[in-house]
Design a protein around this ligand. Structure first.
Ligand code: CAA
Length: 248
């Protein structure tokens, strides 16, 4: 146990759940946000993790809403203490070609995937700076690096996350706070299961690794970046994409 507290937004999602488990395994106390506890059956999710030996707290919060994030942050700090590690993992898709995209498809994806990163980081960065320690890990996507059919909204939000990461890393490094991005490729979750079968298979055929990632394969990179020892990795993007997109 290292007694550090980690907050994971969207920690009850496909990748988020494995991030929570990886952080608990490494000794962190972990709390996740969820938007609608009842609809998401957060109690059932928590109980099933507990059965497997993972204790994770939760707090209700719509991370696309700045004021809700301020309220959530005050509650977390009061009940659990200062947040040392923030993982911004909340994300949605509303895939459709731009020529068919409704303004709401654009704004909801930008609000949940990108505004949330500001809304939540803004709550916790001041205390990380004051305490001289912090880890922020933002979950982006290979599609923010390459663009993807039907994802002008998602690709823009995910690319924006890395711009945010680089700028905040420069501001934060002098204060002992690191800010990094993890960019997963296609991961076996309900999000990718929603891609039409024929198109999904076509995507997998393009992945040199010949398969999707398992959520655990993303989570272990997040835990690595969260570690105290990862202090000199800052402003980086770590791709985890089975060689789908190689860059330097
Ligand atoms: N590669 C190549 N061609 C594609 C394509 C792709 N990825 N996606 C769509 N197309 C082509 C189709 O083959 C089709 O071509 P034809 O007209 O020659 O048949 C044309 O574009 C139109 O496609 P649809 O008939 O499917 O059009 P639609 O309007 O019903 O749907 C779509 C469009 C929403 C983009 C749908 O094709 C789709 O869902 N594509 C997958 C989008 C995707 O990859 N999303 C990733 C979700 S997972 C995620 O985002 C996690 C992450 O971080 C990686």
């Amino acid at each position: 146990m290292n007694d550090r507290l980690a907050l994971v937004t969207g920690g009850n999602g496909g990748i988020g759940t494995e991030i929570c488990k990886a952080l608990v395994s490494t000794g962190y106390r972990v709390v996740t946000t969820c938007v609608d506890p009842e609809a998401e059956d957060i109690g059932g999710w928590q109980a099933s993790l507990r059965e497997s030996g993972y204790e994770v707290d939760w707090v209700a919060c719509d991370v696309s809403d700045f004021e809700a994030c301020a309220t959530m942050a005050a509650q977390v700090v009061e009940e659990l203490g200062a947040v040392d590690v923030l993982v911004n993992a909340a994300g949605i898709t509303r895939d459709t070609f731009l020529h068919k995209m409704a303004p709401e498809d654009w704004s909801s994806v930008l609000r949940v995937n990108l505004d949330s990163v500001f809304n939540v980081s803004r709550q916790f960065i001041p205390s990380m700076r004051d305490r001289g320690f912090g880890r922020v890990v933002n979950i982006a996507s290979v599609n923010g690096q390459t663009g993807q059919f039907g994802q002008t909204n998602y690709s823009a939000a995910k690319a924006g996350i890395h711009g945010f990461t680089m700028a905040l890393a420069k501001e934060s490094a002098p204060k002992g706070v690191t800010v990094n991005t993890v960019s997963p490729g296609y991961v076996r979750t309900s999000m990718t299961a929603a891609i039409p079968e024929e198109i999904r298979q076509g995507i997998i055929d393009q992945v040199p690794a010949g398969r999707m990632a398992e959520p655990e394969e993303i989570a272990r990179v997040v835990a690595f970046l969260a570690a105290d020892e990862s202090a000199y990795i800052n402003g980086a993007n770590i791709p985890v994409n089975g060689a789908l997109f190689c860059s330097f």
